[in-house]
Design a protein around this ligand. Structure first.
Ligand code: BF8
Length: 639
């Protein structure tokens, strides 16, 4: 029997039993069927970008020849493959950011009546940071900000992206000196990656890797940061909020509507529509409309509204097999095609909304800014119909697992810096520097990304994070790791005493006190969705600019302990560009090239200040991350 562990330790819940009985193909089964996976692919040695191949090109004899048919070296092949992965991530994130830009522009021009600007302070702060006039009528400021954002998508602008202004200043200059800043258009940066890696173009490994790093910077600013910035302006900047996590949040007697994907543009409107249509749910005998969030949309809704975090992306199919989800509406990214197969034997309405994301067995309801509320109501009504259908068709048993866990989510950069400011109003960086120097805090690790079925059985995220906490390292999390943490109780302040080392426990109590809470902050701080990794970037920026310590010297690191998506690879590349140590598991596919491995794991230290750590064991990864933090902490201790 394949081990199908979608949740925390020792899962043996009803849903899983039911799921086994009816023998659905689920991620863990499919993973098992995929074995053995291609060792050439895993090592990055497979080159299939032209039709003389595929070639298997590696420095290691067992993984193939030492040159491709065209003469490409292992370094060329591996770096090209990696650059293409990063370009995939950049494209996805910059598309996401662009949606937010267009919405802000339409709001400012009064063409999107269902939306408004919720955080004017943030809008004006961003305008100022970008060097724009931040005063006057709010719509005029919004237009200036949107215009500046739009330039980052247009060819032929200035030297680099406008949004790179949001990078820590010293590191930005450091990258500029080495010609590592991206092109002025993120679209061009992404298409450049495809052109550059076309057969017979760039074959210089070092040059390809430099371009890949620049693409990582583009992802960080014209993807992540721009998306979070504008989403906060439009939907509000999160503050710590209580939310319940895991599939037990589904309610048998209510209309269950799961919102899955990434963009709050859709999910926020569905929240409003569900409130307005509650009466229609009562009319069909339901006790209400229960909106629940999946994957990053789950994080976005939880951090702004306390809406339950039902499932991470790997559990999205499991959610349907409960038989309780009346509709699942999706927008973009991380929506697994396997969901379509489940539609045949479930009453769930699957609804797609975006022009470029369609699925088998789904109803497509185009979601447009101009008709947002109308579209959202149509979606909610589909869920109500789904509920009626569920009541009629008794053969569909509802099996909601008896699992739920309380969590505190929504530690935005603003919320965290506000807390630090109550401790030191002149310099919010100081309390962090003090905690590092006093030995209370050994470092901070941003733990980001996905739940990979390859790593779930070992509970890579939970075990890595427990190791870090015990060593007085503060984990901050985003994305689906946020769900894993919420489900496991790591976002519950009640687990601080059990999980945190002495130093960090004291710090969490001090911060809790400063935040006006009755107890400590939770041992792991939830900072939002994957684009909200930008929040981690903003905190690092504040610490760096407030302390005068370059980001490449701070005891801060990043880890994607269960990486799945190309987006996670581009986020990791951005972390490397900020000069941070980056851990990934599974390891990036670079093993076939000694040159690429040497550059990323060692030589990069002298370029951006960052380096890559590959380790698929929680203990090994924790040890390497802690060593890297200690090395960076040393100068601070002697300062
Ligand atoms: O962007 S963590 S599986 S949902 S890629 Fe996707 Fe990974 Fe989840 Fe959010 Ni991020």
């Amino acid at each position: 029997d394949p081990v199908i562990d979608f949740g925390p330790a020792g899962s043996e819940d009803r849903t899983m039993e039911v799921q086994r009985e009816i023998d659905y193909e689920m991620p863990a089964d499919r993973l098992e069927e995929s074995q053995p996976q291609c060792p050439f692919g895993v090592a990055g040695s497979c080159c299939d970008i032209c039709y003389m191949g595929p070639c298997r090109v590696s420095d290691d004899d067992q993984y193939g020849q030492d040159r491709g048919v065209c003469g490409a070296t292992p370094g060329t092949v591996v770096s090209r493959n990696l650059y293409r992965e990063i370009a995939g991530g950049v494209s996805a994130h910059s598309h996401h950011a662009r949606e937010a830009v267009e919405l802000l522009e339409d709001i400012a021009e009064e063409n999107a009546a269902d939306y408004e600007i919720k955080d004017e302070r943030k809008l004006r702060d961003i305008a100022e940071d970008l060097g724009l006039d931040a005063d006057g009528d709010v719509n005029e400021v919004a237009k200036r900000v949107a215009e500046t954002a739009k330039e980052d998508f247009a060819p032929g602008g200035g030297e680099t992206l406008n949004w790179v202004e949001r990078m820590p200043a010293e590191q930005r200059e450091h990258l500029d000196e080495q010609d590592l800043l991206p092109l002025s258009s993120v679209d061009q940066q992404a298409s450049r990656a495809l052109a550059q890696t076309h057969q017979g173009n760039d074959s210089d490994t070092g040059h390809i890797l430099k371009s890949a790093l620049s693409a990582g910077v583009a992802d960080g600013y014209a993807g992540l940061t721009m998306a979070t910035d504008l989403q906060d302006v439009i939907f509000g900047t999160p503050t710590p909020t209580n939310a319940t996590a895991h599939l037990g949040v589904l309610e048998e007697d209510q209309v269950n509507l799961a919102v899955h994907g990434h963009s709050p543009e859709l999910s926020e409107m569905v929240v409003k529509a569900a409130q307005e249509l509650e009466e229609e749910a009562y009319e069909v005998g339901a006790e209400g409309i229960n909106l629940v969030g999946i994957c990053c949309t789950g994080n976005e809704l939880a951090e702004r509204h306390g809406i339950p975090l039902a499932a991470h992306s790997l559990q999205s199919e499991l959610a349907i097999t409960t038989g309780a989800v009346d509709a699942m509406v999706v927008d973009i990214q991380c929506i697994w095609p396997g969901i379509s197969d489940l539609m045949e034997c479930h009453h769930t309405r699957l609804i797609t909304t975006m022009d470029y994301v369609r699925m088998r067995e789904a109803t497509h309801i185009p979601f447009e800014e101009e008709t947002a509320m109308e579209d959202a109501k149509e979606i909610v009504r589909q869920a109500i119909e789904g509920y009626e259908d569920r009541q009629r068709r008794q053969k569909y048993d509802v099996n909601i697992p008896d699992r739920s866990q309380e969590a505190v989510v929504g530690f935005s950069d603003t919320a965290l810096l506000d807390v630090l400011e109550t401790i030191d109003p002149d310099n919010p960086a100081q309390p962090i520097v003090d905690a590092i120097q006093s030995g209370q805090l050994r470092g901070i690790v941003g733990i980001v990304g996905c739940p990979n079925p390859k790593m779930r059985e070992a509970q890579m995220s939970e075990n890595l994070i427990e190791n870090l906490l015990a060593a007085d390292v503060l984990p901050v999390v985003t994305g689906c790791i946020g769900h894993i943490m919420a489900q496991g109780g790591y976002l519950d302040p009640g687990t601080v005493d059990e999980l945190a080392g002495d130093g960090i426990r004291d710090l969490l109590y001090t911060l809790g006190d400063a935040a006006g809470l009755d107890g400590p902050l939770p041992p792991v701080l939830h900072m939002g969705s994957c684009v909200d990794n930008s929040r981690i970037g903003n905190v690092i920026r504040a610490i760096s600019e407030g302390s005068g310590i370059p980001t490449r010297d701070l005891p801060v690191a990043a880890s994607a302990p269960e990486l799945i998506a190309e987006k996670a690879v581009s986020i990791g590349t951005w972390a490397l560009s900020l000069g941070l140590p980056l851990h990934t598991a599974p390891g990036l596919r670079i093993e076939a090239s000694d040159a690429v491995t040497q550059t990323l794991t060692e030589d990069l230290k002298d370029i951006t200040g960052g380096h890559l750590i590959q380790d698929e064991t929680p203990d090994g990864a924790a040890e390497k991350l802690i060593d890297a933090l200690d090395e960076r902490r040393e100068p601070l201790l002697n300062a």
